[in-house]
Design a binder for this molecule. Structure first.
Ligand SMILES: NC(=O)c1ccc[n+]([C@@H]2O[C@H](COP(=O)([O-])OP(=O)(O)OC[C@H]3O[C@@H](n4cnc5c(N)ncnc54)[C@H](O)[C@@H]3O)[C@@H](O)[C@H]2O)c1
Length: 261
């Protein structure tokens, strides 16, 4: 387990779900990981569990200064920065466009795009100079919603398409110094948070129903867990992927080969 030995990684949203599973896998592969998250309690848990292999920063991905502080911490702790994983995100709960009031639509847009889209712009901007020094790489967590309808509502789906646009342009502009790729998980059993402006327009779903729905929507019939995606991140972060940029690995149980049924 040494594919990322000596690498310094900055990851957003690592206190929970997919980001947490990736953090744990990266540490197991020998990396030092700096995590920015807004959940102070869960960051403390991670620090207690991993000690010197992790640096935990409480902050918000919509604030550029928080990213700058996290990058500085990563460089101070591990001497450099090799990898950025922009991952923190929020959800719209499949809220229906025609049922949401114009005020809620606008508030939801501001909040969700600030976190899901601007959060990725700012993370990349804060990391770019350090990544140039190491010829490092960037990985975005996108989603099946970056390609297909019905992975969320309009806010989430549009934000995931925007992340893919950012990924492609950055891969073009930052070559040959920095590789830029993404992992697109399908529906996964996590605590992905529905933003408050849309909460009144969304039905709460229990975990069992969610698992059944995810399982029936992908050809491999998997109710995916966060750990199911980590192999794709380890590959893209590692030197084994030195010829890969501008790519998106779908880790979604085969959404692209769904037929009509
Ligand atoms: N769960 C799914 O079905 C699924 C599918 C495809 C893609 N994704 C994507 O995976 C990524 C991670 O989501 P998850 O499902 O693991 O959810 P999660 O809620 O378990 O994890 C998200 C983490 O991001 C943090 N976060 C949210 N907003 C933040 C902010 N403004 N500043 C700092 N930290 C913030 C949360 O505190 C949390 O720790 C997201 O980009 C999401 O869109 C999730």
């Amino acid at each position: 387990m040494t594919q990322l030995k000596g690498k310094s990684v900055y990851l957003t949203g690592g206190a929970s779900g997919i980001g947490r599973a990736v953090t744990e896998a990266f540490i197991a592969e020998g990396a030092g990981v700096t995590v920015l998250d807004r959940s102070v309690e869960r960051l403390e848990e991670l620090k207690n569990q991993y000690g010197d292999a992790i640096q935990c920063i409480a902050g918000d991905v919509t604030n550029y200064g928080d990213h700058v502080g996290a990058v500085r911490t990563a460089v101070e702790a591990y001497g450099k920065l090799d990898v950025l994983v922009a991952n923190a995100g929020v959800f719209d709960g499949f809220a229906k466009f025609d049922q949401v009031s114009p005020e809620a639509l606008s508030d939801a847009y501001e909040m969700l795009f600030s976190i899901n889209v601007k959060g990725y712009f700012l993370a990349a901007k804060a990391a770019v100079e350090e990544l140039k020094k190491t010829k490092g790489n960037i990985i975005f967590t996108v989603s099946g919603a970056g390609f297909y309808p019905d992975g969320g509502g309009v806010w989430y789906t549009a934000s995931k398409h925007a992340q893919i646009g950012l990924l492609r342009q950055l891969a073009f502009e930052l070559a040959p110094d920095i590789r830029v790729n993404a992992v697109a998980p399908g529906g996964t059993l996590t605590a992905l948070h529905v933003i408050p402006p849309l909460a009144p327009f969304v039905k709460t779903v229990d975990n069992e129903t969610k698992a059944r729905s995810i399982k029936t929507r992908n050809p491999l019939r998997i109710a995916m867990e966060s750990e199911d995606h980590v192999g794709a991140y380890v590959l893209l972060a590692s030197d084994c992927a030195r010829a890969i940029t501008g790519e998106i690995i779908s880790s979604d149980g085969g959404l692209a080969v769904r037929g009509l049924s």
